[in-house]
Design a protein around this ligand. Structure first.
Ligand code: PMP
Length: 445
């Protein structure tokens, strides 16, 4: 058995794990293996410190190995490691649901727990269909997503998602149509919300004309697209989607798996951009990534509709849920994570520091002509990189790998580099990340 340099893992062991969203063949020739993490840094198996420029996968805004989360998890696993998710409960899920509602826009005060963002999206879409059926409008089953949108890896998520590479292999999904994305010419290097692009919301009217509102259950968008390249909504765009949905009896779902709980310098994207949807999907930051968990916040009226039509006591109002819904260890981690965000005033910190982050990131325009656009909001930023040989992902991949060698973790996706530092990042850390990225871009010339 061959031995891979730097790791004791054998080739057979490396081959046994089919890794998620990873170029497996490339990885297994040159494994990037993380041994531990604390604060804003990973340590790899060679002992190198690596700055976490994406807060895990947009999960760890509080940094890594947060003592209060670690303690809550350790205590919970010794007290109640698992509790049946159906028909029986435990107190922490109710406390966490109440805590989550403190972060949600007021009407969205009913929380359903899931195990991931993908399950949250599945839950939102299923409940949207069931809601219309309960209302006597059972033909409302289709969904409208958006180009470049990411809504998880489930069959429903890929159907409403708009990243072609995530769809083409999988054949028929749910019947879904897509709005255009909002990266319109002339908005390059906008800071915060672009002034142009609101008119792209009008495409919703065309889709309604084509498919009829009587067949459409919901529109789902990320208020700010994350994985598609950090695409910030143009001024007035989300308001217009809300208006059209209201006029046509269509539910509006915000997928806030990335934007929920502080990344925008606001409790949610809904708050940051001033639009209240009917349903919000959540995950990631809810437990600071420490334990898998997702959640969906519903408008009370949706919950009430199910309760009012629920039938006899022994009947379920909605046959839906997961073995790991409201998992006690995840609830304990969630309470500690959200408590830390509140106690440390981290949402205000992100808001106050956002202009500093924005100024840092936009320096990269001058660093290299390969940077064709920079977008940012809160502590999130994406930059588009000029394609090599018509291959959008080739150069971003090279940049991300070179950054890893230099001790910085950044994400590449499609033709972009994506950055989302922890909420507690210092200005000096921002400078060093951006300088390293600027130098790496220069090396690419
Ligand atoms: N929605 C959005 C907006 C996401 O960013 C993600 C994950 N990147 C998901 C859904 C899916 O979440 P998960 O990977 O936890 O299933």
């Amino acid at each position: 058995m061959s031995q891979i340099a730097k790791t004791k893992l054998t080739q057979t062991q490396l081959d046994a794990h089919w890794m998620a969203y990873t170029g497996n063949r490339q990885f297994k020739q040159d494994p990037r293996l993380i041994a531990s993490a604390e604060g804003h840094y990973y340590t790899d198996i060679d002992g190198r410190r690596i700055f976490d420029g994406l807060s895990g996968l947009w999960t760890c805004g509080l940094g890594h190995s947060v003592p209060s989360i670690n303690e809550a998890v350790a205590k919970q696993i010794k007290t109640l490691d698992y509790s049946p998710a159906f028909q029986f409960g435990h107190e922490k899920s109710f406390l966490l649901a109440e805590k989550i509602t403190e972060f949600m826009p007021a009407p969205l005060n009913r929380i359903f727990f899931t195990g991931s963002g993908s399950e949250s999206v599945d839950t939102a879409l299923k409940i949207a269909r069931a809601y219309w059926r309960k209302k006597g409008k059972g033909t409302k089953t289709k969904f409208i997503g958006r180009a470049k949108g990411y809504h998880g890896a489930g069959v429903s998520g890929f159907s409403v998602g708009g990243i072609p590479a995530n769809r083409t292999l999988y054949g028929q999904g749910l019947e879904s149509y897509h709005l255009p994305h909002t990266q319109v010419p002339g908005t390059e290097f906008s800071k915060g919300m672009p002034e142009k692009g609101k008119e792209r919301a009008e495409e919703l009217l065309n889709l309604i004309n084509m498919h009829d509102a009587s067949n459409i259950a919901a529109v789902i968008v990320e208020p700010m697209s994350g994985s598609g390249g950090v695409i910030v909504p143009p001024v007035g765009y989300l308001q217009r989607l809300r208006q059209i949905c209201d006029e046509h009896d269509i539910l509006l779902i915000f997928d806030e798996v990335i934007t929920g709980f502080g990344r925008m310098g606001a409790k949610t994207g809904a708050e940051a951009f001033g639009v209240t949807p009917d349903i919000i999907t959540l995950a990631k930051q809810v437990t600071n990534g420490a334990i898998p968990m997702g959640a969906v916040a519903f408008k009370q009226e949706i919950y009430d509709t199910f309760m009012e039509t629920g039938g006899a006591d022994y009947m379920l109002e909605v046959p839906h849920g997961y073995t790991y819904s409201a998992h006690p260890i995840a609830c304990a981690a969630g309470l500690a994570s959200l408590e830390a965000i509140t106690q440390q005033n981290l949402i205000d910190r992100v808001k106050e520091m956002s202009p500093i982050w924005e100024a840092c990131v936009h320096q990269l325009k001058a660093a290299s002509p390969l940077v064709t656009d920079i977008r940012n909001y809160g502590f999130a930023s994406g930059m588009s990189i000029a394609h090599i040989d018509g291959e959008p992902a080739k150069r971003p991949f090279q940049i991300a790998m070179r950054m890893w060698e230099k001790g910085y973790y950044v994400r590449y996706g499609a033709d972009t580099i994506q950055l989302a530092p922890p909420f507690t990042t210092e200005k000096s850390e921002m400078d060093s990340l951006i300088n390293a990225l600027g130098d790496t871009l220069k090396e690419q010339h």
